[in-house]
Design a binder for this molecule. Structure first.
Ligand code: SF4
Length: 349
């Protein structure tokens, strides 16, 4: 692997510093950023407003691509899932989800994941390493090419492989590039970082960048959450929810998105639906219910339509803002980690 830094590892401000350290003119940072992110150009020969000699020097000092597309699966419903290969051969996944009013890209933050959530395909892969900022940002660059000119990525969610708040520094710098007006220029409300509850990092994220926070709750008792999300043994429900309750940056205008994967017979009972509003009392929250998309390595099952409906109605009746997020791309195993798991199994076979 190369030891040269990657241009995509740095926000425009930090890139200025890096260029200066390398003896290059700092103001070139704005030109480079415009080529890379606004115009999607990754070839120094095309960066014609930079003098040839400076292009050569920048090319000698820095890398500019971190990922290559290894495989693409397209679903009947328009969802596109890509396996992207890093320079060390590691493979991560990104999923593009077109909807009527937006196109959302789901990005990964780690190769595998150490959290071992028992319902998650990525949890079965184990953990290899954190992604760099450039590897996170390059998922947007590569998937923008995959999407083509007619489809603009409008939203980015950090909900792919890995726990983003175990890689907080790289995630924060990637968010800075996503929302920076000179880089991708996304509105901050269109970027969401999800966590299973790495409590000490929540405040750091929210004070550093103006993104949406999503918390994967998935249970209303510690007994069940301990089984689904082993991190709960370290940061139990009361600790996690108290942290959210005390977080001053959350408000009705900037609520936390509470992700709740409904698993048949595990956490989809009426009693859970009745407990949840009490647990979230005092927290500006919107609840997303996600019916489980079962995968072959998981012992868990999808909930019945009736239990999804009952759960949603119960929350709505208790004044909660609640939506049901249907699985997309089931025919291409688009749930987090499923493609990589399949590839790992195939190569083992
Ligand atoms: S659900 Fe998220 S945190 Fe848990 S194992 Fe899967 S990728 Fe990791």
């Amino acid at each position: 692997m190369t030891s040269r830094p990657n241009l995509k590892d740095f926000s425009p401000e930090r890139l200025r510093e890096q260029l200066a350290t390398a003896g290059l003119r700092p103001f070139r940072a704005d030109q480079i950023v415009a080529w890379l992110y606004r115009r999607g150009v990754e070839d120094f020969d095309s960066m014609t407003d930079l003098p040839l000699e400076e292009r050569r020097r920048i090319g000698a000092e820095f890398e500019l691509r971190a990922l290559e597309v290894a495989a693409i699966d397209r679903s009947r419903d328009g969802t596109v899932k890509a396996a992207l290969r890093a320079r060390d051969g590691s493979v991560v996944e990104s999923v593009l989800i077109p909807e009527e009013d937006r196109t959302t890209l789901c990005v990964s933050t780690q190769v595998g994941c150490p959290m071992a959530c028992s319902f998650c395909a990525t949890g079965f892969l184990g953990f290899t390493r954190n992604l760099t900022t450039a590897e996170i940002v390059d998922q947007v660059c590569r998937m923008r090419e995959v999407a083509g000119a007619g489809q603009q990525i409008s939203n980015v969610v950090f909900m792919g492989m890995g726990e983003p708040l175990l890689n907080t520094e790289a995630v924060i710098e990637a968010v800075r590039l996503l929302v920076h007006p000179k880089a991708f220029g996304l509105a901050p409300r269109r970027v969401t970082v999800s966590t299973v509850g790495v409590v000490p990092q929540i405040e750091k994220l929210l004070e550093s960048v103006p993104v949406n926070l999503a918390v994967s709750l998935h249970a209303t008792t510690d007994l069940v959450r301990d089984q689904l999300v082993p991190l709960n043994r370290r940061f139990p429900l009361a600790v996690l929810l108290d942290t959210l309750r005390r977080e001053k940056r959350l408000s009705a205008r900037r609520p936390v998105f509470v992700e709740y994967t409904l698993i048949g017979g595990v956490n989809d009972a009426l009693a859970d639906a009745r407990r949840l509003p009490g647990l979230l009392h005092g927290i500006p929250a919107k609840v997303n219910l996600i019916p489980m998309n079962p995968h072959p390595d998981s012992p868990y099952e999808a909930p019945s339509e009736a239990s999804v409906d009952r759960f949603m109605r119960e929350l709505a009746a208790r004044g909660m803002t609640v939506t049901v997020r249907r699985s997309r791309g089931e025919d291409i195993q688009a749930a987090c980690g499923q493609l990589a798991l399949r590839r790992t199994r195939d190569s083992a076979a």
